[in-house]
Design a protein around this ligand. Structure first.
Ligand SMILES: Nc1ncnc2c1ncn2[C@@H]1O[C@H](COP(=O)(O)OP(=O)(O)O)[C@@H](O)[C@H]1O
Ligand SMILES: [Mg+2]
Length: 279
């Protein structure tokens, strides 16, 4: 059981306005994989996730989920976005129960399940709070519980921690590792943060740009939970950074005027910076 992407291309717009977002994507994701997608802004990471989610269509090529061509969204795949988009007028508990009720699950059972997943994200004390009463990190944890309660096979996360401060991110990394260990969900995770990718995943796809393509794949063969600063991880972070640097400088060069004297290698690079998001 898996996600398979075969020779997939995606273009937006027509003729002169055509943007080649993705070209020649081939990918095989197997059960239990935690795959991170990293790459400069605009390299098609969100587009790939949207196509796998069934929210958008490939221009050519094939996307198969467990052997079947993707026809549209399905309950086997749930997205978590950077902004969690909880319903502000519903309590935390009702937000998490919402999808279950839509599925026709009886209230008592839905409530029980919602409690179970709120416990998993350590928010049991806040079931009756409303979204505006929570911090950004807590809101993302509600969004994760809301996604998990549907018991999807695939969790598609598009920069879920991108808007959070460093401290909160560290807590959520630990929490997501714990969740992965308990549920062994297959997770596709888009991030700008190399350290985050290396910390959480067993596979990391580095994207190149214009058009977006998979430039290189890294595997992180170490057991989880992992500790920050582990020398083995730092080595992988550096290798990924080297791969990405070239792509990000390419984007920068295209986005500035010709009279701007761009010197390659002059950008300050840190693996825990949110690369690419500010260019
Ligand atoms: N709906 C759209 N219409 C036109 N162009 C789009 C649309 N969505 C994305 N693009 C373009 O496709 C490319 C890839 O975008 P995206 O997948 O959002 O990149 P990333 O998530 O890696 O930053 C970009 O050049 C972007 O401008
Ligand atoms: Mg994106």
């Amino acid at each position: 059981m898996s996600i398979t992407v075969k020779s997939m291309n995606k273009q937006f717009g027509q003729n002169n306005h055509r943007v080649e977002a993705l070209a020649g994507i081939n990918l095989e994701i197997t059960d239990g994989d935690f795959v991170s997608l990293v790459g400069p802004s605009g390299c098609g990471k969100s587009t790939l996730l949207n196509i796998i989610a069934g929210l958008d269509q490939a221009t050519s090529g094939e996307v198969l989920i467990d052997g079947c061509t993707v026809q549209g969204p399905g309950s086997d795949r749930v997205m978590v976005f950077q902004e969690s988009a909880l319903f502000p007028w519903l309590s935390v508990l009702d937000n998490v129960m919402f999808g279950l009720k839509l599925k026709g699950i009886e209230r008592r059972e839905a409530k029980e399940k919602a409690h179970e997943y709120l416990k998993m994200v350590h928010l049991s004390r806040f079931t009756h709070a409303y979204p505006h009463e929570l911090s950004g990190g807590m809101r993302q944890r509600v969004a994760i519980a809301r996604a998990l309660v549907m018991d999807p096979k695939y969790l598609l996360m598009d920069e879920p921690f991108g808007a959070l401060d460093e401290q909160t991110k560290i807590l959520l990394h630990a929490e997501l590792q714990e969740i992965w260990q308990k549920t062994r969900k297959t997770i596709l995770f888009v991030t700008h943060n190399i350290r985050e990718a290396v910390q959480l995943s067993n596979r990391i796809l580095v994207f190149g740009t214009r058009p977006g393509f998979i430039k290189k794949e890294f595997t992180v063969p170490y057991s989880r939970p992992r500790s920050e600063g582990d020398q083995n991880l730092v080595l992988i972070e550096r290798a990924i950074l080297d791969e990405l640097r070239e792509e990000i400088e390419k984007v920068m060069r295209e986005e500035v005027d010709n009279d701007y004297n761009f010197t390659p290698g002059r950008l300050p690079w840190h693996t825990d910076r949110d690369l690419g998001s500010n260019i």
